[in-house]
Design a protein around this ligand. Sequence first.
Ligand SMILES: Cc1ncc(COP(=O)(O)O)c(C=O)c1O
Length: 488
Amino acid sequence: MVFMAANQAQLLSKIATGNGHGEDSPYFDGWKAYETDPFHLTKNPHGVIQMGLAENQLSFELVQEWIMNNPKASICTAEGVGEFKDIAIFQDYHGLPEFRTAVAKFMGKARGNRVTFDPDRIVMSGGATGAHEMTAFCLADPDDAFLVPTPYYPGFDRDLRWRTGVQLLPVVCESSNNFKVTREALEAAYEKAQEANIRVKGLLITNPSNPLGTILDRETLRSLVRFINEKNIHLICDEIYAATVFSQPDFISIAEILDEGIDCNHDLIHIVYSLSKDMGFPGFRVGIVYSYNDAVVSCARKMSSFGLVSTQTQHLIASMLSDDEFVERFIAESANRLAKRYRLFTRGLSQLGIGCLKSNAGLFLWMDLHSLLKDQTFEAEMTLWRVIIKEVKLNVSPGSSFHCSEPGWFRVCFANMDHSTVEIALTRISTFVIQNMEAMAPLRRQWRQKELKLSFSSRRLEDIMKSPCKMSPRSPIPQSPMVKARTC
Ligand SMILES: Cc1ncc(COP(=O)(O)O)c(C=O)c1O
């Protein structure tokens, strides 16, 4: 093995043999644990439930219905085959004009029609993953850096850094103010970079946030724009979760802030978008760079030949997203279903006394288990995470994999499973909590003090604790794993 590794290092490139992909993180380890023992309601009821995948699967039958009613949109149907040849041979990396027009319109609708987007500024890429890399290539050279508020999506370490050689520097955000991105935190990160002689080329934000599920308010957005404008660095806004906002307040796109007429060089602003979350199509790899900078649009367009969206997909998406009635119904219904699922989950957790950061967007919850840690360290967080994955059999993602500055937070995805799987997941958590009443006592005390900040009520847990402990027949937990986590 050692010989193999050394040999490969000589034969292959540094990129191929290095670990820049970031695969060795608990975020990806959790997926592997799921893949080796995937839960299935009947075939593997004691398997690992996948709660580490931010997928929007709640509204698929609406899309299927549209496809059935619009057979001409698919070129592999009797109704659509007449266009097969033209679509199959189309090669222009500007993209089909009707695709860009439909996506621009959809982006406006996903932002409440408060802003419009110019189809000529839309550049295609292979998902938001490709869009981020393309943006990094356009804006920065190897060793340059982007500031990124924490906690942030773990894929950024791969997408922006791996092949470009760019660095990501954390802007440390904290739970004490609900992870707000403050001017002080931005200045601190910027100064630290300067002291280390690192050239900062931009700030990357995700709005709505993955993993927090929160949105940035207008004043924060304005302050970010003022910050980047003063420093003359870029602002990349990942708005991939724009249409997942399921309750008030409304989502505010960076495009709205520019429309207000804020004093800012528009050449510094770029939006990354995709249909992976809002439409639930991660397999289609429809990614978008929308830049207000002509030179970036032009360069990105040349680069887009490395990650084009197939014309077959463009053709289908163009038809689907041009159907105003369908799009409006889909966005509204998807938000309704996400809201319902969010309520189901947060209520279930709250009845167990488990708190989450209050949020109104995304496909996940940011769950606070810090009081269950043996001590307030990331080692203790990993210990608890291993228990959750190996014994409770839920693949949730630990905060450390999102570069969270405080241990004890976990991201829990809730929109990638059906209703019965949700119930089983909640039953497992409930069994886990009941078995660990003793360990939960300090947690309940702390939560009582924090009740305003976290969206939960601990009264239900008191009831559960007074009632006789009932084990679920579907629970995979053999004995108190929390006690183990806190004593090992
Ligand atoms: C914030 C964020 N950006 C980008 C991506 C990548 O999306 P895509 O599937 O479009 O490449 C994800 C996926 O989870 C994400 O959460």
